[in-house]
Design a protein around this ligand. Structure first.
Ligand SMILES: N[C@@H](CCC(=O)N[C@@H](CS)C(=O)NCC(=O)O)C(=O)O
Length: 247
């Protein structure tokens, strides 16, 4: 059986990582039986989650590579029924979420002090008390550096949010009154777009992107639809406590 390495539910979300949420959804869309394991972070080949180990022991260490693996080995076409133009649009929106809005979510959680204290700081609670502030400060520095390299971290929060609001509106405009991004059924990009929208809408954090996304009723309904479809076990109580730190 496939094993999916995750951080575990947190912040009212199936996982603090949108990429892990995406991997869950892809596996569910492909109707694959899988188990989850929250003890894999230290052995992650690329130092990141998610990754999967399949029945033959093969490791696939990236959410998009997991998608390709499922397409190749199970013959799944996540975009069945879409025209080439729709497939292209779906792919572009997936990457808007992963390579742009993801970084906004990261910055709001890790570099806004209030959000950091109630959220990511809790990841370090498994460490011996004296080590916690040191490791937390180091990881925070790494996040700051990554955001600087990516570019969004060079803006003020206000400038970044102004840019992010356009991306959020673009998703809302393309979704319009459809149930899923490209039509009545989910396509591959919905794994990523749902993960991004749900992460932005997390009630656990106070962020400008949460406020912007919650002004679009169709995005809120889309999040609720995805939660009910893929994570019904979490829909009754979104106030899940912060996850234990990855070990
Ligand atoms: N391109 C990767 C991105 C995965 C990723 O960035 N994972 C983050 C969590 S959202 C992570 O594990 N970060 C840990 C670290 O960088 O130390 C994918 O699609 O799976």
């Amino acid at each position: 059986m496939i094993r999916l390495y995750t951080f575990g539910p947190a912040f009212g979300l199936p996982d603090p990582s949108p990429f892990v949420i995406k991997a869950h959804v892809l596996l569910k869309m492909a109707s694959v039986d899988y188990t989850t394991d929250t003890r894999g972070f230290n052995k992650a080949p690329k130092g990141k989650l998610p990754y999967i180990r399949d029945a033959s022991g093969t490791i696939i260490d990236d959410s998009t590579l997991i998608r390709f693996h499922l397409e190749r080995h199970l013959g799944v076409d996540f975009d069945t029924g879409l025209s080439p133009a729709e497939r292209g649009t779906a792919w572009a929106f997936e990457k808007l979420c992963e390579d742009h809005l993801y970084w906004v979510v990261m910055r709001e959680r890790w570099l806004n002090d209030r959000n950091f204290d109630k959220g990511p700081r809790r990841f370090f609670d498994v460490l011996p008390r004296p080590l916690r502030p040191l490791v937390a400060a180091k990881v925070r520095r790494d996040v700051r550096k990554a955001l600087h390299g990516q570019g969004l971290g060079r803006h003020t929060f206000g400038q970044m949010d102004e840019i992010a609001v356009r991306g959020i509106a673009a998703i809302a405009d393309v979704l319009a009154d459809k149930d899923f991004l490209m039509g009545p059924n989910p396509c591959g990009a919905d794994a990523s777009v749902f993960a991004c929208v749900a992460s932005m809408l997390s009630e656990y954090f106070e962020t400008a992107v949460r406020d912007a996304a919650s002004r679009h009723a169709n995005l809120v309904a889309y999040r609720d639809r995805g939660m009910a479809r893929w994570f019904p076990e979490l829909t009754s109580d979104r106030a899940v406590a912060a996850a234990p730190a990855p070990t």
